[in-house]
Ligand binder design. Structure first.
Ligand code: GDP
Ligand code: IMO
Ligand code: MG
Length: 423
């Protein structure tokens, strides 16, 4: 029996979904606990590729239970679209997919506000995914949001919608609000069989020695408190957020797996000290096919930033690292790891709280030689070229955390498990 969490430790898109899909083979229950359809989680196996925004990445393991926790912001249209697409591919949801009754709903008004806030910010915009995430979380915190358990009564839904629209000073006709209420009431009816008081389900699972796997969305550097605020998402992406967003007690979580890309990427605005706006950045983007899974935007690419990486390991309490997309670095002549920053002429080893300072940070690098061999077929540590091993070892030493998983390609079987000598 154990509970494991898989968390993105940089700016998102670390290949969390791939790692969750691989680890789900040994789990009983997979829980998405935060974020919404801003996430784009890609899974590849048997020449098939799926991008999920809401459904947990354990869904392709037939007999595993998949859960959306209370901290998820759920877009009804997106959820049903995703469910239908998966059902068309033979995936069954019956008796194995559950949603916490407390889960908040993303409404059309949230997407409107998201777009409008971005417009208002002009050049300082966050570059959100425009999925209504921030406004939905704001309404939830303001105690005016609509939740799954509200959907059993049309009058109640209308009442809440009325307040919500008035609060946001957005005028909407009663006719339209009634139509919206009807739509969500029907959605609630269809979802009734999936709704559950999840904390009790997870408690029972814990007592029955079930293996529970928590799937993070986004990444630590996009956390609402610990990320590069305000260029962040609106949820708690860090390990502390798991309990808050699922109702599963923190002392029951046994293992925290941090997913790190072998280099860094970021989508949207905000400081990124090791970003490479040059031919190396372009090479990495091309080799890693670094385009957003949700919005298709080109991802900004840069070197592994050990200051940021160690900060995220620290606040999450990462026990074990999954280092992903190592194959993408094949053919990059020289590799760099940022050891510390220089800010206003001073050597800085701490990740600054103020993103304006981070924006001035000049990375000070350690240089390593790259390798040329294609490593995407390597099945073991021994098969890797010496220089690839050196790169991985260097990151492990800097992080002072064991790297137990190496990912060398998008497919399930392109995964190398590393057992540490003292284990
Ligand atoms: P997530 O949001 O953290 O789940 O990551 P995304 O799915 O947004 O982005 C990761 C991308 O890298 C996806 O297109 C994956 O199919 C792909 N991928 C995952 N692991 C590897 C890997 O080891 N090598 C390569 N080349 N691609 C990978
Ligand atoms: P996964 O789970 C990468 C980024 C957006 C934007 C900022 C705020 O696939 O790793 P939001 O729409 O959340 O208000 O946008 O956060 N962002 C992500 N970047 N991966 C994600 O999810 C992201 N989800 C949000 O680009 O900069
Ligand atoms: Mg993604």
């Amino acid at each position: 029996m154990s509970s494991t969490a898989v968390l993105g430790c940089i700016f998102g898109d670390e290949a969390k979904a791939k790692i969750v899909d691989v680890l789900a083979a040994d789990a009983d229950i997979i829980v998405r606990f935060q974020g919404g359809s801003n996430a784009g989680h890609t899974i590849q196996f048997e020449n098939k590729k799926f991008v999920m925004h809401l459904i947990p990445s354990g869904i392709f393991h037939e007999h595993k239970v998949c859960i959306l926790g209370s901290g998820v912001v759920l877009d009804p249209e997106q959820l049903e679209k995703e469910m239908e697409a998966l059902q068309a591919n033979g995936v069954s949801f019956e008796n194995r997919f559950f949603i916490d009754e407390r889960t908040s709903l993303v409404l059309p008004i949230h997407k409107e506000i998201d777009a409008w806030m971005e417009e208002l910010k002009e050049d300082d915009n966050i570059g959100t995914t425009k999925r209504g995430i921030g406004p939905c979380y704001s309404d939830s915190i303001s105690r005016i949001g609509l939740r799954m358990c509200d959907l059993d009564n049309k009058e109640y839904i209308v009442k809440k919608l009325n307040y919500l629209y008035k609060y946001h000073k957005i005028s909407e006709s009663q006719e339209n609000l009634k139509a919206l209420s009807e739509r969500y009431f029907q959605f609630g009816n269809r979802m009734k069989k999936y709704m559950m008081n999840i904390p009790y389900y997870l408690d029972k699972a814990y007592r029955e020695n079930k293996e529970i796997l928590f799937e993070g969305a986004q990444g630590t550097l996009l956390d609402i408190y610990f990320g590069t605020y305000p260029f962040v998402t609106s949820s708690h992406t860090v390990s502390g957020g798991i309990s808050v967003a699922s109702g599963y007690a923190p002392n029951r979580i046994d293992l925290l797996v941090g997913v790190y890309k072998s280099y860094f990427t970021r989508v949207g605005s905000g400081p990124f000290p090791t970003e490479q706006i040059n031919s190396v950045g372009d090479q990495i983007r091309k080799q890693g096919n670094e385009f957003g899974s949700t919005t298709g935007r080109p991802r900004r690419c840069g070197w592994f930033d050990a200051v940021a990486a160690k900060f995220s390991a620290m606040i999450n309490g990462i026990d074990s690292i999954a280092l992903t997309l190592l194959d993408v670095l094949s053919g990059v002549n020289e590799l760099y790891i940022c050891d510390h920053y220089e800010i206003n002429g001073k050597a800085i080893y701490e990740f600054p709280a103020d993103q304006r300072l981070l924006a001035q940070a000049k990375p000070v690098y350690i240089k390593l030689e790259g390798w040329t061999e294609d490593i995407s077929d390597c099945k073991s540590w021994d098969e890797l070229p010496e220089r690839a091993k050196d790169y991985v070892r260097k990151i492990e030493v800097i992080m002072d955390i064991p790297i137990n998983i190496l990912s060398v390609g998008p497919n399930r079987d392109q995964t190398i498990f590393l057992i540490q000598e003292d284990e």
